[in-house]
Design a protein around this ligand. Structure first.
Ligand SMILES: NC(=O)c1ccc[n+]([C@@H]2O[C@H](COP(=O)([O-])OP(=O)(O)OC[C@H]3O[C@@H](n4cnc5c(N)ncnc54)[C@H](O)[C@@H]3O)[C@@H](O)[C@H]2O)c1
Ligand SMILES: O=C(O)C[C@H](O)C(=O)O
Length: 329
């Protein structure tokens, strides 16, 4: 039997957690022959709810679920962890932007960054989901000086998957016919969903779609505002689709991206050659292999896309300024 992977999940009794944990335990994240140990972190008042989730996990009798840890102490949750999925944070409500959460949620990632630094396994890889995800990832990274920066990522895979769906619907093809979508920048309303380099059934997407007006005035705003639309419709922020995107993000990173395709991940900005200021977590196209990722560099932006990219980078600088006291000096 393979050695179990230790997966720390924060906010494990929350909405995303409830969609996520069962799929990890079922093998969706690391494959059908990879045992896992779930190390679940919650705040103290939610430990009883977490116990209930753990009872349900037990009742599934998952063959791959080797052990569980339930705790309100990040040092325990991250001990020897190979993966840390940082979900636990407040979601926004109707009428809020994700960055409105920054002063509530940012401090969580100071303590968790430190606890990761002190306790995690040498091969730790981190994905931040709690919003505002990019800047929270920056906070965690900055407070974990002994962990290589490139191990800290934030999730823009939900935006990526949303974009694939919009393009597939518009082109009248199946989602598997759409490749090389890109989300640039922040997981926020300034993100830049980009089909410039995308393929539909192997053909250039802009030519197949042949509708610039749709790309600029429907596709981009729809993807940018999809999180808000879900909150308006459901009364709660996306949960199952977010958990699914997190499964995809980790699976791609751990097991690799298919030949000829790429995925979007928010990673330390210095890894890209697109002129983005250093010191923010920026979503780029990446290819993954053997547990590593590489930014796809050297793509040309059309002129009308350049100011959009500048704007999302600027927003990340503003978010960084708003939490600069939480960064490790
Ligand atoms: N990046 C993305 O694409 C994306 C998508 C969906 C949601 N989100 C974000 O994910 C976060 C979680 O969403 P949700 O719907 O699961 O929220 P939720 O309120 O249902 O669950 C959050 C859980 O986190 C726990 N928590 C709070 N502080 C914690 C801490 N310090 N340590 C450990 N646990 C803590 C809470 O007790 C709660 O159980 C939100 O910030 C939401 O905005 C991001
Ligand atoms: O929009 C939100 O606040 C939740 C999440 O970030 C999403 O994109 O669905």
């Amino acid at each position: 039997m393979k050695k179990p992977i230790r997966v720390a999940v924060t906010g494990a009794a929350g909405n995303i957690g409830y969609s996520l944990l069962f799929r990890i335990a079922a093998g969706d994240m690391f494959g059908p022959d990879q045992p896992v140990i779930l190390q679940m972190l919650e705040i103290t008042p939610a430990l009883s709810a977490l116990k209930g989730v753990a009872m349900e996990l037990e009742d599934c009798a998952f063959p791959l679920l080797y052990d569980m840890v339930l705790t309100d102490d990040p040092n325990v949750a991250f001990r020897d962890a190979n993966w840390a999925l940082l979900v636990g944070a407040k979601p926004r409500g109707k009428g809020q932007e994700r960055k409105d959460l920054i002063r509530d949620n940012g401090p969580i990632f100071v303590g968790q960054g430190r606890a990761l630094n002190e306790n995690a396994a040498a091969d730790i890889r981190v994905v931040v989901v709690g919003n505002p995800a990019n800047t929270n990832a920056l906070i965690a990274m900055s407070n974990a000086p002994d962990i290589p920066n490139e191990r800290f990522t934030a999730m823009t895979r939900l935006d990526h998957n949303r974009a694939i769906n919009q393009v597939a619907k518009k082109a009248g093809v199946h989602v598997t016919d759409v490749q090389r979508i890109i989300i640039w920048g922040n997981h926020s309303a300034t993100q830049v969903p980009d089909i410039t380099h995308a393929l539909v059934k192997g053909q250039p997407a802009p030519q197949v779609i042949n509708d610039d007006e749709w790309v600029r005035n429907e596709f981009i705003p729809t993807v940018q505002q999809r999180g808000r639309a879900i909150i308006e419709a459901r009364g709660h922020s996306s949960a199952a689709s977010a958990a699914n995107a997190l499964i995809d993000h980790v699976r791609s990173w751990a097991l690799g991206t298919p030949e000829g395709d790429w995925v979007s991940m928010a990673v330390p900005s210095h890894l890209g050659d697109y002129g983005i200021p250093e010191g923010v977590i920026f979503s780029y196209p990446v290819v993954c292999k053997d547990g590593n990722y590489e930014v796809v560099n050297g793509l040309e932006h059309p002129d009308w896309v350049k100011p959009l990219i500048e704007r999302t980078a600027q927003e990340l600088l503003e978010e960084r300024e708003a939490i600069k006291d939480l960064l490790n000096p």
